[in-house]
Write a protein that binds this ligand. Structure first.
Ligand SMILES: O=P(O)(O)OC[C@H]1O[C@H](OP(=O)(O)OP(=O)(O)O)[C@H](O)[C@@H]1O
Ligand SMILES: O=C(O)c1cc(=O)[nH]c(=O)[nH]1
Length: 214
C-alpha cells in the first residue's frame, strides 16, 4: 500500500473539495481554499479498508510498542475502532475538551495508568487538536508512543506543536503528494493546485491577502 493509492481513494470518493470565496473555515479559524473530508470514508467499504490496512502497515513498520489504540473525537473514532479490532487491542477515544456534563471526561473507555498508546487522528492541520489529545491522555497517566493520521497539510506549525510535547507524527497521505497525484490524474487543474500551494505558503493570511485586501 503506497501513498498514491490513499490519494486516489481520497479523490475517488470526492473527499477533497475546493472553494475560494467563501473559503472553508477550519477548526483553527484558518480560512482555506481546500477541505479534506476523511469522514466520507466510512461510507465506502473498499476504500476505508485500504485506509485501515495502510494504518496497520505504517504502525507495524514503526516498530513502536503499544497496547492501546486511541481515536481522536470525532472523525478518527471509526478508524481507531477498525484498527483496534484488527490488532485485537483495547480502544479508547479522546475529546479535545472534557465533557461539561455526565462524568466530565475527555478520555472514554477504560485506560489503565502506564498504558502505551497509539493515537489515531484523521487529519492534521495545525496539530492543535492532536496535541491536546496527547496532553489529555498523559493527564490520565498514559504514555503516548505515536500519532498517526490519514492526512496532513505538512504545516510547520504542526511540527512545532508536536515538538512542544516531544513527539512527531506520521501520515498516510499529505498535501504535496495529493496535489501531485490530483493534477497527474486530472482531478485538479494545475491552476487549482497553484492556488492551494499559494495558500500553503501563508495559511493564516491567504484569504485576507487575496480576497479581502485587509
Ligand atoms: O490540526 P488541527 O488544526 O487541530 O485540525 C485538525 C482537526 O480538525 C478536524 O476536526 P474537527 O474539529 O472538525 O472535529 P471532528 O473530528 O469532530 O469532525 C480534524 O478531524 C482534526 O481533528
Ligand atoms: O483544519 C480543519 O479543521 C480541517 C481541515 C480539513 O481539510 N478537513 C477537516 O476535516 N478539518
Amino acid at each position: 500500500m503506497g501513498k498514491v493509492s490513499i490519494a486516489e481513494s481520497l479523490l475517488k470518493i470526492k473527499a477533497v473539495s475546493l472553494s475560494l470565496d467563501p473559503p472553508f473555515t477550519w477548526v483553527s479559524g484558518i480560512k482555506s481554499p481546500i477541505y479534506c473530508d476523511n469522514r466520507l470514508f466510512i461510507s465506502y467499504v473498499d476504500e476505508r479498508r485500504k485506509v485501515v490496512d495502510a494504518f496497520i502497515e505504517k504502525i507495524t513498520n514503526s516498530g513502536l510498542e503499544f497496547n492501546v489504540i486511541a481515536g481522536t473525537a470525532t472523525s478518527a473514532i471509526p478508524f481507531a475502532a477498525w484498527i483496534s479490532e484488527k490488532l485485537s487491542l483495547p480502544m479508547v477515544y479522546v475529546r479535545a475538551q472534557k465533557k461539561e456534563h455526565g462524568k466530565g471526561k475527555s478520555v472514554e473507555g477504560r485506560l489503565e495508568k502506564g498504558s502505551r498508546v497509539i493515537v489515531i487522528e484523521d487529519l492534521i492541520s495545525t496539530g492543535k487538536s492532536s496535541v491536546q489529545v496527547v496532553k489529555n491522555l498523559r493527564e490520565e497517566g498514559a504514555e503516548v508512543v505515536g500519532v498517526f493520521s490519514i492526512f496532513s497539510y505538512q504545516f510547520k506549525k504542526a511540527d512545532d506543536n508536536f515538538k512542544s510535547v516531544g513527539l512527531s507524527y506520521q501520515s498516510l497521505e499529505n498535501i504535496e503528494s495529493l496535489l501531485q497525484h490530483a493534477v497527474e490524474k486530472n482531478y485538479l487543474s494545475q491552476r487549482d493546485a497553484d492556488i492551494i500551494n499559494e495558500f500553503r505558503k501563508d495559511p493564516e493570511n491567504w484569504y485576507s491577502t487575496y480576497f479581502k485586501g485587509e
